[in-house]
Write a protein that binds this ligand. Structure first.
Ligand code: ADP
Ligand code: MG
Length: 412
């Protein structure tokens, strides 16, 4: 079964430096490097943009970026510019001038470079001068695999740009800048969770995040008998983008009807009374179901934190299954393949719980399993997913990694 392991920092440094030398033979050596992780959300789905609670962990798998050049403008009259190469897109190097970086700025380069253009634009908008740079990206976070490579790329960029400009930013500032890049440059109206956990992840812990106040609490995941397995369904249904926007609108409508600032403040009682009075609109719009998911999911996150702290994995697992069921039937963001993966996990002894993780319509499941049952789970998933869904899955066993940070470069 294909599994994804995280690479050692040394191996990443080696790959990054080699790619930089090969890509920019006249640019000297890279002098700055930054890394930022992908993420998996343990519980709390579609709650972030409702100012609710989430419990993600950063993965040990990271996107890394290696940056060099003299970091001075290329001379009088010459505009600063960037050249960027991604190991995963070797045929599509990007080059752009560091001004007029609006999304409509007439950029004819590869689409992936918009994440970098977008992040540079965030710095320029703050009045910071960004000097010329050359950069290469080496990643061990699968692209479009439901573990947020885009947020990892954004956060790695933010960190290196901080290093070359000296701009001080909090983890929340960085995350908000990434969220803006996602909205404006990728057209994805996402919440703050992905960028924030990539920015602020704590090695060895999941992070309870209050998406209203951005307060956090690290919840240690240090029990060697318990393992988090991420399984990528390797499907992504294309209706995802429009549906995501529709879910957000339904939540806003529900909150407005109940007279609360966001669904974070709504109670089940308020929701039921609005439904009883017919205020939630036509049943086929499913406003009730969408709001019900969010209200209950927020409770589940807080319950799940308690369960994790008490090492009550049976309870934690039950909450994961309940979360999945609600995402499937109330929020309607699951799909056949993801449901199959959750069902397979449920059949394997030693599995505590499993659920859709991420925005939905494909992507990944996250499963909590006893360490001595991991191999059995992987075997079952490989065999049965192929049999029932006609596809091969990709599995990750990842430890909770650290958030975005500079990497020290040792040249060999
Ligand atoms: P996810 O964030 O779940 O991985 P997205 O579709 O949001 O999926 O982001 C994936 C996109 O991010 C890629 O299609 C690409 O444009 C960009 N990206 C992320 N990491 C890299 C990388 N290392 N090299 C090139 N593009 C990247
Ligand atoms: Mg993404």
């Amino acid at each position: 079964m294909p599994t994804l392991e995280s690479t050692s920092t040394e191996a990443l440094l080696k790959r990054g430096i080699a790619l930089y030398r090969e890509s920019f033979p006249n640019s000297g050596e890279p002098t700055i490097a930054a890394a930022a992780p992908g993420r998996v959300n343990l519980i709390g789905e579609h709650t972030d943009y409702n100012e609710g609670f989430v419990l993600p962990m950063a993965l040990s798998n990271r996107e890394t970026i290696f940056v060099g050049n003299s970091f001075v403008d290329s001379g009088l009259g010459n505009l600063p510019r960037a050249r960027v190469v991604s190991e995963l897109r070797p045929q599509e190097p990007a080059e752009f001038v560091l001004r007029d970086l609006s999304p409509e700025g007439g950029f004819s380069g590869p689409a992936w470079a918009n994440y970098i253009r977008g992040m540079v634009a965030q710095f320029l908008e703050r009045g910071v001068r960004v000097p010329s740079f050359d950069a290469v990206i080496v990643s061990e976070v699968p692209l479009g695999g439901g573990v947020s490579s885009s947020a990892a790329l954004e956060m790695a960029c933010a960190v290196f740009l901080q290093e070359i400009t000296g701009l001080a930013l909090s983890a929340v500032d960085r995350a908000r800048m990434g969220q803006r890049v996602e909205h404006v440059y990728a057209g994805v109206p996402s919440g703050i969770m992905d960028q924030f956990i990539s920015s602020a992840g704590v090695a060895g812990s999941a992070l309870l995040i209050d998406c209203r106040t951005m307060d956090t609490r690290a919840i240690p995941l240090d029990d060697p008998d318990m393992v988090i397995v991420v399984v990528n369904s390797n499907v992504k249904h294309s209706l995802a983008d429009g549906e995501y926007g529709r879910r957000r609108k339904a939540c806003e409508q529900a909150a407005a009807t109940m007279g609360v600032a966001s669904l974070r403040d709504a109670t089940r009682e308020q929701l039921e009374s609005c439904r009883a009075s017919g205020a939630l609109g036509a049943p086929e719009d499913k406003i009730y179901e969408r709001a019900l998911h969010v209200i209950e999911e927020n409770h589940r996150v807080l319950e799940a934190v308690k369960a994790l702290e008490e090492r009550n994995y049976t309870r934690f697992g039950k909450l994961m299954y309940e979360s999945h069921e609600s995402l499937r039937s109330n929020y309607e963001v699951s799909c056949k393949e993801i449901d199959i993966l959750v069902e397979i996990a449920r059949e394997v002894p030693g599995v505590y719980g499993s659920r859709l993780t991420g925005g939905g319509f494909g992507g990944c499941t996250v499963t909590l399993v006893r360490a001595d049952s991991v191999q059995s789970l992987l075997k079952h998933v490989e065999l049965l997913y192929l049999e029932r869904a006609g596809r091969s899955p990709t599995c990750f066993v990842s430890q909770p990694g650290a958030g975005a940070r500079p990497l020290e470069i040792q040249l060999a």
